[in-house]
Write a protein that binds this ligand. Structure first.
Ligand code: PLP
Length: 430
C-alpha cells in the first residue's frame, strides 16, 4: 500500500518537530494536511498519492525554469560525477561570480554561501564591520532569514528598539535593531534624525515578497537612498527573492530605471541563484567586500560555500534565464495568470487586487493594494484560506499563507495558466 499524505504527516510529526523542516510547509496558516511531494516535472508537482498540482511556489522561488530543466539536469549530473565537495577553490565558483557580477553592476565582488539566511546575516556583519557602527534598520513585514538580529518587530516607539519575534533571541541582540513601517517616508526621516549617524545599514526587500507582494514606492526609495548616503549608512538590498526573478538585474535594476544613479551598497541573493540547490551570495563594491576575511577584519566562512554541485546548478540556471526573450515571456505568463485571477474575481463579485513583476506575483482579497504590513494584515484572511483550499482541491498549489508571494516559471504553458483561471473562477463562485 502506498503512503498517503495524512499517513506521512502523522509519521513525520513523530520524528520532526511539526512534521516539517521549515514552518510554513506545515499548512498551519490555512489548516489541513500538507502534501508530501514525491516528484516534480516542468510546472507540476506530484504528491505521495500521485495527485498532480500546477505549482506556483516553485520551491519558494528558485525553480524559475520549472522542474527538471534538461540543461540544468545535465550540468548537475556532470558535476556530481566530478565530486560532491572539495573544501578548496574551484574554477566554477569564479565563473558563477563573473556571471552574477555581469548581471548586477552595483557589485564588484561577491561571496558565495549556502542559504539566504546566511547571506543576510553575513551582509549585516559586513555592514557593521565596514562602518564601525552597531545599529541597523529593518522594516516591518520584510523577512531576511532567521539570524537573531533580524527576528525583530517594532518596539513601542522610534527611540526604543525592536522586540524579538522569536523565543531564544536575547533582548541584548535586538537592542540595536530599529524597526520601521514600510513606505512611511515621515517615519524614515524621523528615525534618521534620531539615529542616522549611528546606523551601519538599512536592510530592505525593495519588492517585498514576505508580506505577499508589496512594492517600495519610488519616493520612499529615493528618500531612503538620499538619507543613507547623507549619513554614511550602507543600503542593503535583500534580493534573495527578487534577484534574477523580477528582472534579470533584480529589483535594483527596476529602481535604477526610475531613480537616476540609483544603486544599493550591498546586495543579498539566494533562491534563483542556486536553481534549487543550497546556494546564496552577498556582494558589493570592492572597498566594502575587501573588509571580509582573509583580506579584512570581518570574519565569514563556510565548509560547503561555493559547493561544486550547487554552483553547477546555479550557473546553468543563470545561463538559461539570459536567453533572448526569456523575461519577456515569463512576464507575459505571469500577467496572463493575474489577469485570469482578476477576471475570475470580477465575475464572482469578489474584491481582489493583484500585482506582479517578472515571474513574481501577489493577490489580496481587498479593494486596494496594501502599502505596509498593517494593511496586509487588514486584508481578508478567511477568504484567502477558503480560496487556497478550493484551489488545492482543483489541482492548483498556491502558497499556504497569505503572507507569501507566488511564482510562475518558464515551464508554465498558456493552457496551465488558463486552467488556473478556470479553477479560480469556480473557487471564487464557491
Ligand atoms: C527566503 C528569503 C530569505 C532566507 O533565505 P533562506 O535560504 O530560506 O535562508 C531571506 N530574505 C528573503 C527576502 C527571502 O525571501
Amino acid at each position: 500500500m502506498t503512503s498517503t499524505n495524512a499517513q506521512l504527516f502523522e509519521r513525520a510529526q513523530r520524528v520532526i518537530p511539526g512534521g516539517v523542516n521549515s514552518p510554513v510547509r506545515a499548512f498551519r496558516a490555512v489548516g489541513g494536511t500538507p502534501r508530501f511531494i514525491a516528484r516534480a516535472q516542468g510546472p507540476y508537482i506530484f504528491d505521495a498519492e500521485g495527485t498532480r498540482y500546477i505549482d506556483y511556489i516553485g520551491s519558494w522561488g528558485p525553480m524559475i525554469l520549472g522542474h527538471g530543466h534538461p540543461a540544468v539536469l545535465d550540468a548537475v549530473q556532470k558535476a556530481v560525477r566530478d565530486g560532491f565537495s572539495f573544501g578548496a577553490p574551484t574554477e566554477r565558483e569564479i565563473e558563477l561570480a563573473e556571471e552574477i557580477l555581469k548581471l548586477v553592476p552595483s557589485m564588484d565582488q561577491v561571496r558565495l554561501v549556502s542559504s539566504g539566511t546566511e547571506a543576510a546575516m553575513s551582509a549585516l556583519r559586513l555592514a557593521r564591520g565596514a562602518t564601525g557602527r552597531d545599529k541597523i534598520v529593518k522594516f516591518e513585514g520584510c523577512y531576511h532569514g532567521h539570524a537573531d538580529a533580524l527576528l525583530v518587530k517594532a518596539g513601542s516607539g522610534l527611540a526604543t528598539f525592536g522586540n524579538p519575534t522569536s523565543a531564544g533571541v536575547p533582548e541584548d541582540v535586538v537592542k540595536h535593531t530599529v524597526v520601521l513601517e514600510y513606505n512611511n517616508v515621515a517615519q524614515l526621516e524621523e528615525a534618521f534624525a534620531l539615529h542616522g549617524d549611528g546606523l551601519a545599514c538599512v536592510m530592505i526587500e525593495a519588492i517585498c515578497g514576505n508580506m505577499n507582494f508589496v512594492r517600495a514606492s519610488v519616493p520612499f526609495m529615493t528618500r531612503l537612498r538620499e538619507l543613507c548616503s547623507k549619513h554614511g549608512v550602507l543600503l542593503v538590498f535583500d534580493e534573495v527573492m527578487t534577484g534574477f526573478r523580477v528582472a534579470l538585474g533584480g529589483a535594483q535594476s527596476l529602481y535604477a530605471k526610475l531613480i537616476p544613479g540609483f544603486a544599493p551598497d550591498i546586495s543579498v541573493f539566494g533562491k534563483v541563484i542556486g536553481g534549487g540547490m543550497p546556494l546564496a551570495a552577498f556582494g558589493g563594491r570592492r572597498a566594502v567586500m575587501e573588509q571580509l576575511a582573509p583580506l579584512g577584519p570581518v570574519y565569514q566562512a563556510g565548509t560547503l560555500s561555493g559547493n561544486p554541485v550547487a554552483t553547477a546548478c546555479g550557473l546553468a540556471t543563470l545561463r538559461e534565464i539570459q536567453k533572448p526573450g526569456f523575461f519577456e515571456a515569463l512576464t507575459a505568463s505571469t500577467r496572463q495568470l493575474v489577469d485570469g485571477l482578476n477576471a475570475a474575481a470580477q465575475a464572482a463579485g469578489v474584491p481582489m487586487v493583484t500585482d506582479s513583476e517578472g515571474g513574481m506575483f501577489g493577490f489580496f482579497f481587498a479593494s486596494a493594494l496594501p502599502q505596509n504590513y498593517t494593511e496586509v494584515l487588514a486584508t481578508d484572511k478567511a477568504r484567502f484560506n477558503h480560496f487556497f483550499h478550493a484551489m488545492l482541491d482543483r489541482g492548483v498549489y498556491l502558497a499556504p499563507a497569505l503572507y507569501e508571494a507566488g511564482f510562475v516559471s518558464a515551464a508554465h504553458r498558456p493552457d496551465d495558466l488558463a486552467a488556473t483561471a478556470t479553477a479560480a473562477a469556480q473557487a471564487l463562485r464557491q
